[in-house]
Write a protein that binds this ligand. Structure first.
Ligand SMILES: Nc1ncnc2c1ncn2[C@@H]1O[C@H](COP(=O)(O)OP(=O)(O)OP(=O)(O)O)[C@@H](O)[C@H]1O
Length: 371
């Protein structure tokens, strides 16, 4: 296929790290982003069972970050897949669902590894990439390996090349510069993280998966630099909603050496998305407190909080998993599910068929997390 190079932009050779940063241009955004992120982080810190909140946010991130690249799946599909596969991989699911599941798992594994003390390095990034492209469409695109051939960002339908990342011959030097910048530059961490994201994207070190890995790195860098006390914060919702502005701001870095507009856009994204993350986390927390009282009254069972925690962690589930995970008697599970369906807290998504148990969805939580 012939591609047109007329409007293409080249990697900004010899312009990294930038030397024209103008703090006056985005100081207000820097203050707001710093403040909002700190409030979000404080809230996560105060939770006794943070995975209850973090799992839905991580699933949203996987869906939205993959959606930026045209991979379409829903939270319902992702949770149903998890309900049916328990950490395994199924050949039968849609390719887009598998790709999103791999994103969610690669991100979770990276977060756990860093929390356990692994070093954030280029080989760590390669391992994340290996997991992201472990199976399905990505498996043929050199998982875990840096590019050996020149790659391009193109509008395939218009047959136009839009951006030509750094050449494979210069990639090692470019990555060393980036690592050196991350480790030694003294700019505020939020600014550094924004600059590191665009630089990673402009290098486009892998054949495929660069957008997704680059967005995972944002969270990990904010955590590594101490801005976040846990590696959990998700930005892709804003990028997805403002996709044209996101791409245009990146393009202008290489085209016009305009780092300041990119930084302003990035800081606005952090501030807006931290506000949203905070709102969702607060709504989930309030729902949990409300349901604790409701479940205790409605179920009149010593198991009510165990059941509640199971349902919050697995808002789409088959009833055999409720029994096996919580160890409640099967007869109790049947009564509980009937009561929750009668009150419309649970919706049956699939009836039992043959040896396959029924599938349920906990709608009050699903309504909060669907994107
Ligand atoms: N002009 C640009 N300069 C730098 N990065 C860009 C530019 N335009 C787009 N990007 C980044 O490249 C990503 C898309 O890259 P590409 O279409 O090659 O996908 P990929 O490498 O297959 O990775 P993924 O599928 O995860 O995005 C965008 O999400 C954005 O982060």
């Amino acid at each position: 296929m012939e591609f047109n190079l007329d409007n293409s932009v080249n990697y900004h050779y010899d312009q990294f790290p930038p030397n024209n940063i103008n703090y006056d241009f985005f100081i207000q955004e820097l203050i707001s982003a710093t403040d909002t992120l700190a409030r979000f982080d404080q809230m996560i810190k105060n939770l006794h069972n943070s995975e209850l909140l973090l799992a839905p946010l991580r699933n949203q991130e996987a869906v939205l970050s993959s959606r930026i690249e045209g991979t379409i799946s829903t939270i319902d599909e992702i949770l149903q897949y998890e309900a049916d596969n328990e950490g395994g991989l199924s050949e039968n699911a849609r390719a887009d669902v598998i790709e999103t599941i791999l994103y969610q798992r690669a991100l979770k594994n990276a977060q756990l590894a860093l929390e356990e003390g692994y070093n954030f390095s280029l080989s760590f990034i390669k391992q994340m990439h290996q997991q992201l492209l472990f199976s399905g469409r990505g498996a043929t695109k050199a998982p875990g390996e840096f590019k050996k051939e020149q790659n391009f960002l193109a509008d395939r339908s218009a047959k136009k090349i839009q951006f030509i990342p750094i050449s494979p011959e210069k990639l090692n030097d470019g990555l060393s510069e980036l690592v050196n910048y991350i480790e030694n530059d003294s700019s505020p961490s939020l600014i550094k993280t924004g600059i590191a994201h665009i630089e990673f994207e402009a290098l486009h070190p892998f054949q495929d998966g660069n957008g997704r890995i680059g967005r995972m790195i944002i969270t990990l860098l904010l955590w590594k630099s101490g801005v976040l006390s846990q590696p959990h914060f998700y930005i892709s919702g804003y990028f997805e909603e403002h996709k044209e502005e996101y791409i245009e701001a990146m393009r202008n870095v290489s085209k016009n050496n305009d780092w300041n507009t990119w930084i302003k856009f990035f800081l606005t994204a952090v501030q807006k998305q931290a506000t949203k993350n905070l709102e969702i986390a607060e709504r989930i927390k309030n729902l949990y407190e409300e349901m604790k009282i409701t479940f205790t009254d409605l179920l009149s069972s010593k198991w009510s909080v165990v059941i509640l925690d199971f349902i919050f962690t697995n808002p789409v589930f088959r009833n055999n998993k409720l029994v096996s995970t919580t160890q409640i008697p099967a007869a109790t599970a049947t009564v509980v599910i009937k009561k929750l369906i009668d009150r419309e807290y649970l919706v049956q998504k699939e009836a039992a068929s043959g040896r396959r148990p029924a599938l349920y969805s906990f709608e009050p939580l699903m309504k909060l997390v669907r994107v």
